[in-house]
Write a protein of this length. Sequence first.
Length: 278
Amino acid sequence: QEKQRIQVLLQQAIINEELYLLYQPQVSLHNNNIVGCEALVRWKPKGEAEISPNEFIPIAEESGQIDALGEWVLKEVCQQIAQWNQLIDFKDVKISINVSVRQLTTDKFRSTLIKQLEIHDISPKQIEIEVTETAMSTNYDKLVEELEKIHQLGVYISMDDFGTGHASLDNLRKLPLDKLKIDRSFIQDIGIDQCDEDITKVIITIAKKMSLELVAEGVETIEQLAFLSGEDCDNIQGYYFSKPITAEQLLSYLQDNENLFEDKFDSYHLYLEQQDSA
Ligand code: C2E
Ligand code: MG
Ligand code: MG
């Protein structure tokens, strides 16, 4: 019943303008700057409390509503990038979009993407697509074909939630990937569970061997940051640096990108010194 209720509400979500996007920064451990931002959809149905994407995205995928929702997200992100391009030079920062595998098994996503890039005069290099590993098993050949065409445009491709789903190492080898995102479930047990630490190290090694850029998701603590930095992880996404923020907030972050997280890195270096002397 709850699923049906959500499906009915979702039908009105776009028309009623109930959807909006937040952006979560990804911080490079090589230069301490924001190098990417993930667009995350939010939904507040009229007269109701917010519903989490963890709840409504799987329902929308099942019902097929993800096609319209995903198109809305893509158009919204492109419009936003065009607006930022008028105001600042942030060409080195990629904006990543979560794309459901279902969306990628038709040509519609790619044709809309190409059209949006043209309309808004956006370089494909400003866009990154995140594909979730949990959905890798379905319609695999079509997925590879579409991702290859999108990759050829110059769009960056990243594998989301790596380590939790169905992607075999063989799949990993065949996909045109640029980046791997280590799932939060491994990160959150760093310092607690030796096994999760070991898995994280192995994922980092795989990514390095395959020349893939790495992002660790859900980094909340200095201890997690220290571990990942020690293992030479490239980028960090998580509450330690920033929760998902509005487009306005992100604009001011990007305008101040140099030294933006100086205090966070200062506390981190202080922590390392204390560890050394202990
Ligand atoms: P995801 O793509 O793996 O996104 C990361 C999730 O982790 C986000 O949850 C983010 O808010 C959360 N997160 C980031 N850092 C931290 C942290 O330090 N601690 C904790 N506890 N959480 C953190 P969110 O926004 O609720 O999104 C959930 C999932 O919904 C996403 O997981 C993604 O799979 C899906 N999703 C979100 N937006 C879209 C979209 O536009 N299209 C599609 N197809 N899926 C989306
Ligand atoms: Mg994601
Ligand atoms: Mg993820």
